[in-house]
Design a protein around this ligand. Structure first.
Ligand SMILES: Cc1cc2nc3c(=O)[nH]c(=O)nc-3n(C[C@H](O)[C@H](O)[C@H](O)COP(=O)(O)O)c2cc1C
Length: 379
């Protein structure tokens, strides 16, 4: 028996009328997205994830987006050293919540698509149409070596991902007992039942930053994560408009999202002080430098000024827009992102569960008053 409808539009809207969707990004990993040594940093443990998800579900947060990470980054804290696998994590959280959308972040080159399609359908049934897929092609060489899988050339990664998502969409469709013969796959007599919940398919997103990655998202996905400009709202507006225009040209609609790193405290000074304490004074710089080295960013490869800037950006969440201030300031910044045309924002907090209640109590009602959120979504 269907307890809810799950039309494509319902899934796309995450079953609510919030104009700006707000999600939590990265809580399945130890330390989340803050490369910090502060003792209160996020554990990433299952009990903490479960507590957080239930709290977010009650408070009206729209989605949970995990990071597909297989190997920690080392440093003093072994940053993101303990991570919960994302489809099984999503399944557990979907069983324990009632309205929030939960994504799995799936590395196309590491998962057989027939298995992935069924795992995702299982999670989607558990959540009655609330599972979403973040497709990633991977970038971290060390992770691939651990699997014994060779990392493809950049362009080929997305060609492979195209075949991977094509076969998954076919498995989720009404097709039965079909063959799939392409460049990377040669599969016979494919069959997959049940189909996703409610006769539709899970919401799909991608966050590629290269032109190829962006084109992949525009061709295949419902949601695309792009980088908001740190300096200019006009620039963010333009980035969103450009992606949406390209999607329209291809006869598609796509929602644009971005990543925010929020420090919200009763006063601006308290927020700035905490930010400085956690992300500057107590940053895990050895982990930051390890991550930068993986991305080939060092004083030898980029100008010193850029290296210093990147170092600071990576400490507070591998990039992402820092939003540091009191509730009025944070609400205004989020409202500005909505004004720029963004559909949503995935945010991280140093300790998600400790900081979320204040954010929900103070910032969400302000966004309701500003007309950006629907006050009923928490009910
Ligand atoms: C919101 C967001 C989530 C991402 N999640 C992951 C992830 O979980 N695992 C991963 O390996 N890469 C992740 N990435 C990296 C992207 O998928 C992508 O590989 C990266 O932006 C480089 O773009 P490109 O593949 O077009 O070169 C994420 C990026 C963003 C912005």
């Amino acid at each position: 028996m269907l307890a809810r409808s799950a039309s494509t539009r319902d899934r796309y809207a995450m079953y609510n009328a919030n104009k700006l969707k707000i999600g939590l990004f990265g809580s399945n990993c130890s330390s989340g997205r803050a490369v910090t040594k502060v003792p209160e940093r996020w554990s990433g443990s299952w009990p903490d994830n479960l507590r957080l998800a239930r709290m977010a579900d009650e408070a009206g947060i729209d989605f949970l987006l995990p990071i597909g990470r297989w190997k920690g980054y080392g440093g003093d804290t072994d940053y993101q050293g303990a991570t919960l696998e994302t489809i099984t994590w999503a399944a557990g959280l979907l069983a324990s919540t009632r309205r929030i959308t939960v994504f799995g972040t799936v590395h196309a080159p590491l998962f057989n698509p027939v298995i992935a399609a069924k795992e995702m359908v299982t999670a989607d049934h558990i959540g009655e149409g609330r599972f979403g897929l973040n497709i990633v092609v991977g970038w971290n060489e060390g992770e691939f070596e651990m699997f014994g899988v060779e990392q493809r050339e950049h362009e080929d990664r997305y060609d492979y991902a195209q075949e991977w998502i094509d076969v998954i969409k076919l498995i989720w469709s009404d097709q039965e007992d079909f063959d799939f013969q392409r460049t990377y796959f040669s599969m016979k007599g494919i069959r997959g039942k049940p189909k996703p919940f409610g006769g539709t398919r899970p919401l799909m997103m991608n966050a590629g930053s290269s032109p190829t990655g962006q084109a992949f998202a525009i061709r295949n996905c419902d949601a695309f994560f792009l980088q908001a400009s740190r300096d200019s709202l006009a620039e963010t507006t333009q980035r969103v408009a450009a992606v949406q225009e390209r999607a329209r040209q291809g006869g598609r609609e796509i929602g644009c999202y971005t990543v925010g790193v929020i420090t919200c405290r009763p006063t601006r000074k308290e927020a700035q002080d905490y930010y400085h304490y956690s992300i500057v004074e107590h940053a895990d710089w050895s982990a930051v430098d390890g991550i930068l080295a993986l991305k080939n960013i060092s004083p030898q490869t980029v100008p010193m000024e850029e290296f210093v800037r990147k170092r600071s950006q990576y400490a507070q969440g591998l990039g992402g827009l820092p939003i540091v201030g009191d509730p009025d300031f944070v609400a205004q910044q989020l409202a500005d992102l909505s004004k720029a045309g963004l559909t949503g924002v995935g945010v991280s907090l140093v300790n998600y569960a400790q900081e979320l209640p204040f954010f929900c109590d103070e910032v969400l009602p302000r966004l309701v008053r500003m007309g950006i959120r629907d006050g009923r979504s928490a009910q």
